[in-house]
Design a binder for this molecule. Structure first.
Ligand SMILES: CCCCCCC/C=C/C(=O)SCCNC(=O)CCNC(=O)[C@H](O)C(C)(C)COP(=O)(O)OP(=O)(O)OC[C@H]1O[C@@H](n2cnc3c(N)ncnc32)[C@H](O)[C@@H]1OP(=O)(O)O
Length: 266
């Protein structure tokens, strides 16, 4: 059962937002443009994800597109006539990475094309599931530009140098099974079941303690920024900090008392 979420901005032009239990489902809604990421869509995505993040009703977020396209990249028609001073002075992409500041786990359910900025956005999410028809690519070189929202940096960390170079320098797309074999996605699912199956995992994640999920997400993501020694220190501090929570006490007590834990998110 889905419930339409009405936030401060109750009407969205470029996305649909619904709720299933403790999960918020965000669906890109520019079908005629293959869900190309225009400025307006990114603004709506940023507003909604920030509101969901600060709302205790939600424990996780699923982002998806439609069966043809997750998102075919940044809107080329919007970028076409921009000049160097225009993109640099206004820092055109500064707010496009806001998704990486969201504390709640985000799952991307990718059917169809995830290209350019669409692929970069999927890589900003914490888990990617792909439909059997998914196609991932960074075709910026074919447009005379390069990825601008972390594509080169996140891809090399996900698949290693040779594959990252191959994907980015050729601009060729890889299919869902190849993405699975590269470790870019965790599962490949039938197109029609993708969102439902992703929601099930999102619901499971949302059923645990929210501060603990946020700590796990933060600790794993930090590994992309720092080396092993620093990373282990960072993790240790985070582990110790769980002993300041009621949920850590509750989780361990429930195990010992052979009952289900009841999380309070404290
Ligand atoms: C949150 C992080 C974002 C950060 C972004 C940072 C910088 C990013 C740069 C980029 O992303 S550059 C764009 C990279 N993407 C592409 O190059 C893909 C472009 N699209 C295609 O190659 C094809 O459309 C397709 C996806 C392979 C599908 O081909 P198909 O033949 O099936 O459909 P089309 O007739 O081509 O498309 C239908 C319709 O959609 C419009 N459209 C598709 N992609 C875009 C796009 N990226 N921007 C704007 N519009 C797009 C296409 O023009 C068609 O519309 P009409 O021309 O018929 O009105």
């Amino acid at each position: 059962m889905f419930r339409k979420i009405v936030f401060r901005f109750s009407t969205y032009n470029f996305i649909n937002v619904t709720q299933k239990g403790k999960v918020a489902l965000i669906q890109f809604n520019r079908p005629k443009a293959m869900n190309a990421l225009c400025d307006g869509l990114i603004k709506e995505l940023n507003q909604v994800t920030q509101e969901i993040d600060s709302n205790p009703e939600y424990g996780s977020i699923v982002i998806t597109g439609n069966e043809k396209a997750f998102a075919a990249g940044a809107d080329i028609k919007e970028m076409q006539d921009k000049s160097f001073p225009q993109v640099q002075n206004i820092q055109m992409l500064a707010s496009w990475e806001n998704l990486t500041n969201i504390k709640k786990p985000i799952l991307a359910a990718v059917n169809g094309y995830a290209l350019g900025g669409g692929f970069e956005l999927a890589m900003m999410c914490d888990i990617i599931y792909a439909g059997e028809n998914a196609k991932f690519g960074l075709p910026e070189a074919t447009l005379g530009t390069i990825p601008g929202c972390g594509g080169t940096q996140r891809l090399i960390r996900a698949v290693g140098k040779s594959k990252a170079m191959e994907i980015t320098l050729t601009g060729e797309f890889i299919d869902a099974q190849t993405a699975l074999s590269y470790g870019l996605v965790s599962k490949v699912l039938p197109v029609a079941n993708l969102v439902e199956e992703t929601l099930k995992v999102a619901e499971k994640i949302a059923s645990f303690s929210k501060p603990v999920a946020a700590l796990i997400k933060d600790t794993i993501n930090e590994a992309e920024n720092i080396g092993l020694r620093e990373g282990v220190k960072y993790e240790r501090k985070a582990f110790y900090s769980t002993f300041a929570t009621q949920d850590r006490k509750e989780g361990m007590s429930a195990f010992v008392e052979k009952r289900k834990p009841s999380w309070t998110d404290n």
